[in-house]
Design a protein around this ligand. Structure first.
Ligand code: C2E
Ligand code: CA
Ligand code: CA
Ligand code: CA
Length: 278
């Protein structure tokens, strides 16, 4: 039988049912994931394109499931969103990122800004500013060291409400980035009204810049647009050394991707930092 978690004796089912059953198990297991300490953050550096120095680090959550192994966020964040658990899980992620930032600072690593991905439901939760404020207070992290990554589609529904939330987060001192930029539907008309600091160009553009003149042109256009609006522009999904040169020439501010490092567990990330210290 497949590993389906606890009480699995009755689940000798055909493949489809098995998948449905696994999903149900994951959903109920997810309820206990935070209290059982099964979630873990991995960290991927962002590199300053001009100096080559580390500019910051993105936190990316994983779930170490007791029987299913390491589950990537694309497999459980949607479940967490559907069930509303994302509020609790999101609060755990915020606290864990702040705790890690404090830990690194005590170790003499950094300080470097740490970014946290937020889901749409978290942004619509009236407690979000409080959750964030309490976490940075608990771990003595300046708000300016926290970057919040928001996806483009998330910003487009209910623009006026979202604007209020973003303005209050900005007033608290947090820095705001738009993630996966170029894949959503943001109208330029809204873009300049949002109090954002950064655009992260979606990796689907970056991954084709060496083969597609169109993708390179779009990437250059986004960099130009971002700079016109006074924003920093980050390229994600940088995998090739040749992309680094192209993106530097295009004026991109920061680079992130497997070429520099995969997301790593905290201890390995600290080793990476030491090895790459200028
Ligand atoms: P994202 O925020 O766009 O994160 C970047 C994803 O691209 C990460 O996948 C990262 O491992 C991957 N990546 C980085 N560099 C490269 C590269 O050079 N090539 C390729 N092919 N991939 C690269 P990951 O960690 O599996 O996360 C996937 C998505 O799950 C994230 O996309 C984000 O939307 C979501 N996610 C991750 N952590 C969190 C979290 O803490 N909270 C929330 N709400 N969502 C999260
Ligand atoms: Ca920078
Ligand atoms: Ca992100
Ligand atoms: Ca992204």
């Amino acid at each position: 039988a497949k590993k389906l978690g606890r009480n699995n004796a009755q689940f000798f089912t055909p493949a489809l049912n098995e998948r449905v059953t696994l999903r149900l198990h994951l959903e109920s297991d997810l309820r206990h994931a935070t209290e059982r300490n099964e979630l873990v953050l991995h960290f991927q550096p962002r590199i300053d394109a001009r100096s080559g120095r580390i500019a910051g680090v993105e936190s990316l959550v994983r779930w170490q499931h007791p029987t299913e192994g390491m589950i990537p966020p694309v497999q459980f964040i949607p479940l967490a969103e559907e069930s509303g658990l994302i509020i609790e899980i999101g609060a755990w992620i915020i606290d864990a990122a702040c705790a890690q930032h404090q830990h690194w600072r005590k170790q003499g690593v950094g300080p470097m800004p740490i970014s946290i991905n937020l889901s749409a439901l978290q942004l619509r939760d009236a407690n979000l500013p409080t959750i964030l404020s309490q976490a940075i207070a608990r771990h003595a992290v300046p708000a300016a060291q926290i970057e919040l990554e928001l996806t483009e589609s998330l910003l487009m529904d209910n623009v006026d409400d979202i604007l209020l939330v973003l303005n209050s987060l900005k007033a608290l001192g947090f820095s705001l980035s738009i993630d996966d930029f170029g894949t959503g539907y943001s109208s330029l008309n809204y873009l300049y009204r949002f109090p954002i600091d950064k655009l992260k160009i979606d990796r689907s553009f970056i991954q084709n810049i060496h083969t597609s003149a169109d993708n390179l042109a779009v990437t250059r256009a986004i960099i130009g647009l971002g700079h016109t609006l006074g924003l920093e522009v980050v390229a994600e999904g940088v995998e090739l050394a040749s992309d680094v040169q192209v993106l530097q020439d295009a004026g991109c501010d920061e680079l992130q991707g497997y070429h520099f490092s995969r997301p790593l567990p905290a201890a390995q990330f600290a080793e990476w930092l030491v090895a790459h210290r200028e």
